[in-house]
Design a protein around this ligand. Structure first.
Ligand code: BTN
Length: 248
């Protein structure tokens, strides 16, 4: 198993690095840890069929090919933990207070600076492939006004980063977390993830079934569901889209 970032495929322009990785995998085998990055994506994909907008050459938009065959499909959320913690470890050298908004948005304060999109392929009882797409806003200063939550690192740091250097550091941080997973260090991943989880153990406002409701996040279960206690009720487990955080 190769280190994350042992090979970089550096593209000027592509529809989506995730789709490029998918096409590579359809044509033949792709070594674990291969990273495909693009200066510009013409059809960058975000969560929930959204587009991922990123100005050309200003940010990191890349995909990592992994072969987490040691994981059964039900344990897929461990990958989300690994990747979001890797991103936060990388960010910790630059900024304080970055958090993970479940399931895997990367925030600084109430602004989103990064997102993760993981597509898996199952063979038999194990995860044959995971295409891990990461978009991290680094040097972009102007965003479409409709993206009211979007921000970048430079807006916090007031200093641009060299993208290739940042990418190497980020891949190293992700590799470190992926090694923890391979070494079955799941308790460490769980507690670190909870520590970085926006609103963990705090009373917050949510929307469930169109209703605003107070709750305290107790954590995330092994299936990646958000565990929330509402006043006077037992803990409830929510799947993605069943609950929405209110950021203020
Ligand atoms: C999100 O909506 O929060 C997830 C965004 C993921 C964007 C990245 S950019 C690189 C990779 N290629 C894509 O098409 N999407 C992911």
């Amino acid at each position: 198993m190769g280190k994350v970032g042992h090979t970089f495929i550096d593209l000027e322009e592509v529809d989506s690095t995730n789709l490029y990785a998918e096409r590579m995998l359809q044509k033949g085998s792709v070594a674990e840890g291969t990273v495909i990055l693009a200066k510009f994506q013409t059809a960058g994909m975000g969560q929930d069929d959204h587009q991922w907008e990123s100005a050309s050459g200003q940010n990191l938009t890349f995909s990592i090919v992994l072969h987490p065959r040691f994981l059964s499909p039900g344990r897929q959320f461990l990958l989300n933990k690994v990747i979001s913690l890797g991103v936060l470890d990388f960010l910790a050298d630059y900024v304080e207070g970055a958090t993970i908004k479940w399931p895997n948005d990367i925030l600084i304060g109430s602004k989103k600076i990064g997102g993760i999109l993981i597509r898996i392929n199952v063979e038999g009882e194990s995860l044959e492939t995971a295409i891990v797409g990461i978009g991290l806003n680094v040097n972009q200063t102007k965003f479409d006004p409709s993206l009211t939550q979007a921000a970048s690192l430079v807006q916090v740091l007031h200093q641009e980063l060299k993208l290739k250097e940042a990418l190497i550091l980020l891949c190293n941080a992700i590799d470190m977390r992926y090694s923890q997973l391979k070494n079955n260090n799941n308790e460490q991943l769980k507690s670190d993830f909870h520590q970085k989880l926006l609103g963990y153990k705090l009373e917050r406002k949510f929307v469930v079934d169109g209703q605003q409701i107070i709750g305290i996040i107790e954590g995330v279960d092994e299936f990646g569901r958000l565990l929330v206690i509402h006043p006077g009720e037992p803990v409830k487990a929510y799947a993605h889209k069943e609950i929405e955080y209110l950021l203020s």
